[in-house]
Write a protein that binds this ligand. Sequence first.
Ligand code: URA
Length: 204
Amino acid sequence: ERRLEPGSNVRKAWEALMEEARGCTRCDLYKCGTQTVFGEGPLDATILFVGEQPGDQEDLAGRPFVGPAGQLFDASLQAAGIDRSTTYVTNAVKHFKFEQRGKKRIHSKPNGYEVDACRWWQEQERGLIKPPLTVALGATAARSLTGKTVTISKVRGSPLALADGSECWVTVHPSFLLRIPEEDRRHDERARFVEDLKQIRTRA
Ligand code: URA
């Protein structure tokens, strides 16, 4: 049985891992972002969410999913009856990659090399937490978790098996939902995301 109180081995290992991640130079993105944004949440979480990479606000706050995508994520979790504080939330890539345009820092997508370089951290996090359910938010997370290029529309709605035998559910990324221009479609896609989360909740 895992013991997760302060001073437990799992917690100590997680704290050491987070500390080590602060100094990560596995790829060049450490030169880009302000800080490493590590995962957060209870170490006995039964659902572990993996996003793509921190955005502008996450990079400044040092916490995952706190900006606009995070707000939509929170609202969707709530609508699905999932309490975020019981879940562990992390990203496939732990540094913010961006292009400077004037004063704005515009998100740029991590490439395959960066996703592969950063996978080690996600695997360590999952190795300590051992979640029965992992949720890939978008294609980058799905690639990090499965090692393959995944078409979301093909795998959505039924779980994939990860190497450790646990379930991986793939759904859309909240940022995709924010970018849909047509209101009707945006509404429908958000509702579908909530339905995915509800289905995931029933498995936890
Ligand atoms: N998008 C992500 O994938 N992760 C975050 O933490 C924020 C936005």
